[in-house]
Write a protein that binds this ligand. Structure first.
Ligand code: GDP
Ligand code: MG
Length: 162
C-alpha cells in the first residue's frame, strides 16, 4: 500500500491547487468560491520514483455553532488515515482562530505535520511564513501552488517524511 499524504487547511488557502501541482495535472477542483471540496478525494501521485496517495479535503469554517462539524470531521478522518499531513495556510493570513481546534487535533494525532505557507508567489512574501515557526510544527515551507514556486523542495521533504 502506498503511503498517504493528507492535505488539510481552511477553505480557499489553495489545497486543491497544491494537489494539482503535486499531481502535475489538473484533477482536483479549484474554485474561487470557498468550500467547494466537501469530501475527501484521493489521487495517485509520484515524486522521485516513489508512489504515494494524496488526499484532498474540504476546509473547515466557523458557522453559527462553531467549526462546521462535517468538514472538521473530514479533516480528522483524513489525518487518521494519513502517514503525513500538509497543514496549509494562506501566507498572508497565517493560522487563524478557526485553525486552533484542528491544530490541537493535529498535535494529538502525533502524525508528522508539515506546515505549508501557500500563496508565496514571490520572494517578497517569504517573510510572512516565518511567523509560522511559532506554531510548533517545525519549519514552514513557503510555496506558490499556483506558480509552482517551492513545491519541489516541499515534495523532497515530504518524501523524507513519508
Ligand atoms: P482550497 O479551497 O483550499 O482547495 O483552495 P483552491 O485550491 O480552490 O484555491 C482557492 C483560490 O486561491 C483560487 O482562486 C486559487 O487560484 C487561489 N490560489 C491557490 N494557490 C495560490 C497561490 O499559490 N497563489 C495565489 N496568488 N493564489 C492561489
Ligand atoms: Mg479544494
Amino acid at each position: 500500500l502506498d503511503p498517504v499524504l493528507a492535505i488539510i487547511g481552511r477553505p480557499n488557502v489553495g489545497k486543491s491547487t497544491l494537489v494539482n501541482r503535486i499531481l502535475g495535472r489538473r484533477e482536483a477542483v479549484v474554485e474561487d468560491t470557498p468550500g467547494v471540496t466537501r469530501d475527501r478525494v484521493m489521487y495517485s501521485a509520484h515524486w522521485n520514483g516513489r508512489n504515494f496517495t494524496v488526499v484532498d479535503t474540504g476546509g473547515w469554517e466557523h458557522d453559527a455553532r462553531g467549526i462546521h462539524a462535517r468538514v472538521a470531521e473530514q479533516a480528522e478522518m483524513a489525518v487518521e488515515l494519513a502517514d503525513a499531513v500538509l497543514f496549509v495556510v494562506d501566507s498572508a493570513v497565517g493560522a487563524t482562530a478557526t485553525d486552533e481546534g484542528v491544530m490541537k487535533m493535529l498535535r494529538k494525532s502525533k502524525k508528522p505535520v508539515i506546515m505549508v505557507a501557500n500563496k508565496v508567489d514571490d520572494f517578497a512574501q517569504e517573510a510572512d511564513s516565518a511567523t509560522l515557526w511559532g506554531l510548533g510544527f517545525g519549519e514552514p515551507y513557503p510555496v506558490s501552488a499556483l506558480h509552482g514556486r517551492g513545491v519541489a523542495d516541499l515534495l523532497d521533504h515530504v518524501m523524507d517524511t513519508l
